[in-house]
Design a protein around this ligand. Structure first.
Ligand code: GLN
Length: 212
């Protein structure tokens, strides 16, 4: 069974774990860097990114997560998790993991609309996805290698670069499992990824983005 984890320092990690288990993945709560060992995918949940960073100061999380990414581990960051994964942050400077080439602005929807629900459009899927934006960030810049997977009106809200996915909304708060399902496809590519590293394949490998 595919082994995934959810960073369980803060935020709604239990709902992410439940979603991944529902999809047939093994999922453990990760509170120590050593618990990343043996995992093929990791979710960094939403919450509050500054608080999360403070909690992460207890252990060498930056090194551990970079190593996890380097060895082919798939990552999904939602909301505060996306802020942490980004290359750059505005609206409150803070450290980031720099694992996806985007700039995010924290708390970017302003006060009145701090939090809201909206239908987003997953590319390749006709049915709208109901999404919760809670003091959500916005992507302000996407690097060349970054692919858009979902839009709110015309604005990217779910993106991917290589084995890293970032969502500005809370993917765990609805019963809709399509985003976790996309993430699980990255997790299932884990071995193929290792194979690619040792024996580079000809041409570009395409991520299967079509959503049922
Ligand atoms: N506003 C939060 C931050 O800046 C993120 C909100 C969330 O994760 N729901 O970290």
């Amino acid at each position: 069974m595919r082994r995934t984890g959810v960073l369980a320092l803060q935020g709604d990690f239990a709902a992410h774990a439940a979603a991944l288990r529902e999809l047939g993945l093994d999922c453990r709560e990760v509170r120590r860097t050593a618990e990343l060992e043996g995992l093929e995918g990791l979710v960094i949940p939403g919450g509050e990114s500054t608080t999360l960073l403070n909690l992460m100061a207890d252990e060498p999380w930056f090194e551990a997560l970079s190593r996890f990414h380097e060895r082919g581990g798939a990552l999904l960051g939602t909301c505060a998790g996306a802020i942490l994964l980004a290359r750059e942050v505005t609206g409150g400077a803070q450290a980031t993991l720099d694992l996806i080439d985007v700039t995010v602005e924290r708390n970017a929807y302003g006060r009145q609309v701090d939090s809201f629900e909206a239908d987003v459009r997953l590319l390749g899927s006709d049915a709208p996805l109901r999404a919760a934006f809670i003091r959500a960030p916005r992507f302000r810049r996407l690097g060349d290698g970054v692919e858009v997977l979902a839009l709110l009106a015309d604005e990217p809200v779910l993106v991917r670069q290589g084995r890293v996915m970032a969502a500005t909304f809370h993917t765990e708060l609805s019963e809709d499992r399509r985003v976790h399902d996309l993430f699980s496809r990255l997790v299932f590519e884990y071995d193929k990824n290792e194979e690619r590293e040792s024996r580079p394949a000809a041409g570009n490998s395409q991520f299967p983005i079509a959503v049922a």
